[in-house]
Design a protein around this ligand. Structure first.
Ligand SMILES: Cc1ncc(COP(=O)(O)O)c(C=O)c1O
Length: 450
């Protein structure tokens, strides 16, 4: 397929003149005009199967008719009146739903935001206020967002941190439990959670656990490359938190709302977090996020500690209520699990054929395909990722990568098996063309990625 790119190229040139480069991770010059289900159309009329779902923000698919109607109906009635001073019913209804669908049979409350980033800041505020402690622990490789608080929690890109400091004080990072590239050099069969010793050592040498307010974890590391911790690790970490009066917080911004084959990713690991941060797919792409936490934790801050003029926007809240209905009515949580297994089996077949694929990881429609120069050394193969993603785009598939060398497979949960099959044909062709040396180096000037 040869892409027509006339209008798109002209628009990208205009964009480059007026949009700051810090606000985009570039892959290819795709200017999107419309989307339906799992299909995206660009301004030149080219169509693509979407394996990115707007960075995991459109689990219900693009422009789901129910979500569109909810937005249109609410926009005709009231676009916004700030809940910072007044009340609105869609926000109340949504909070009632969120406390019901999130794990934990304790009393919970909600504070809304507009992005995953600001809700991670909310998490820091309530954890510090509730415990009276200042220290927060997060993970190397984590991405929690782009406000000062969430950048301080994140640790995966120097560009995010360069030149803008000082960041928030008292944030510490530990290694994420990564069984493919174990930081302790262990094999899964002989693992005794040696990786948790790093934290225990900190607790006995320079990081007093009684000063730690919270540990914030992505239940599955997303931008770190879809890394799934062993269940026993998450359980042991949770127990360690409880032992020291530390709150256990999870960032479900990317992995929530059915992505992993459960409503929330932490449900795969059998612990109920004290605080949850939600975003992205919560409102099918409308700007909305939330902190959901034990009532007494949320109530530890008073007004106006965490309010923004446009929080709890009724249009966004109606979109979120419709999103939850769609996930329920169309069985998207189960669909994610089933289609995820279907797709994973296909990638496992490719792995047998191509040593370039070092690892295939994931739960639900949420896969990380780890490309390596050599399966023994597991050296990350960034160039392969960039070239293959670029060629997939040229062939009609939106595929991106993160963690330098991991193909990101997160299509809308409504994607059909036929679309998955077509996408897999494209991916295999792109791999073969890469291995044959048919993808020119010049694409690397565009396909930079994470
Ligand atoms: C795990 C996680 N947390 C937080 C964020 C930040 O969310 P937002 O970009 O909506 O601020 C992201 C975004 O990619 C994310 O993946």
């Amino acid at each position: 397929m040869t892409l027509k790119l006339k209008k798109g190229k002209a628009l990208v040139a205009r964009d480059n003149k007026v949009i700051g480069t810090g606000a985009r991770v570039p892959y290819y010059p795709l200017v999107i005009k419309r989307g339906h289900g799992s299909i995206i159309e660009d301004v030149d009329g080219n169509e693509f199967i979407d394996f990115l779902a707007s960075a995991g923000a459109t689990n219900t698919g693009h422009c789901h008719p129910k979500v569109v109607k909810a937005i249109q109906d609410q926009a005709a009635e009231l676009i916004h009146y700030t809940p910072a001073y007044m009340y609105n019913e869609p926000m109340i209804k949504l909070a009632e739903e969120l406390v019901k669908i999130t794990p934990g049979k304790f009393k919970k409350k909600v504070m809304f935001g507009m992005s995953g980033s600001d809700s991670n800041d909310g998490m820091i505020k309530i954890a510090r206020a509730y415990t009276g402690r200042s220290k927060i622990i997060s993970f190397v490789g984590a991405y929690h967002g782009s406000t000062y608080g969430s950048i301080s929690l994140s640790a995966l890109s120097l560009n995010m941190r360069r030149k803008i400091g000082p960041l928030l004080p008292d944030i510490y990072h530990i290694n994420y439990p990564d069984c493919y590239r174990c930081s302790c050099g262990k094999k899964v069969a002989s693992c005794n959670l040696e990786c948790l010793d790093e934290l225990k050592q900190k607790f006995t040498t320079y990081l007093p656990p009684e000063e730690v307010a919270a540990i914030i974890m992505e239940p599955i590391a997303g931008d770190g490359g879809i890394i799934i911790p062993p269940e026993k690790y998450t359980k042991a970490l949770y127990a360690l938190c409880k032992e020291h009066g530390i709150l256990f917080a999870v960032d479900e911004v990317q992995q929530g709302f059915g992505r992993t084959g459960k409503w929330f990713a932490i449900e795969n690991f059998g612990v109920d977090p004290d605080i949850m941060v939600l975003g992205k797919s919560i409102a099918s792409g409308m700007p909305l996020s939330a902190v959901v936490a034990r009532e007494e934790i949320i109530e530890s801050v008073g007004p106006p500690a965490h309010l923004f003029t446009t929080i709890g926007n009724p249009v966004c809240c109606q979109a979120a209520l419709a999103t939850i209905d769609v996930i329920r009515e169309e069985g998207l949580v189960e669909a994610s699990k089933e289609k995820g297994e279907y797709l994973k089996a296909k990638f496992m077949k490719l792995k047998k054929k191509y040593p370039l694929i070092g690892d295939v990881r994931g739960l639900g429609l949420n896969l990380g395909i780890d490309l390596v120069k050599d399966p023994k050394t597991k050296e990350r193969y960034q160039v392969a990722c960039a070239k293959i993603c670029y060629r997939c785009w040229e062939k009609g598939l939106l595929l991106t990568f993160f963690a330098n060398n991991v193909l990101r497979v997160q299509p809308p949960l409504v994607i059909t098996k036929e679309e998955l099959d077509r996408a897999m044909v494209i991916i295999e062709e792109a791999i073969q063309e890469f291995l044959n040396g048919d993808i020119p180096d010049e694409v690397l000037e565009t396909a930079k990625g994470w």
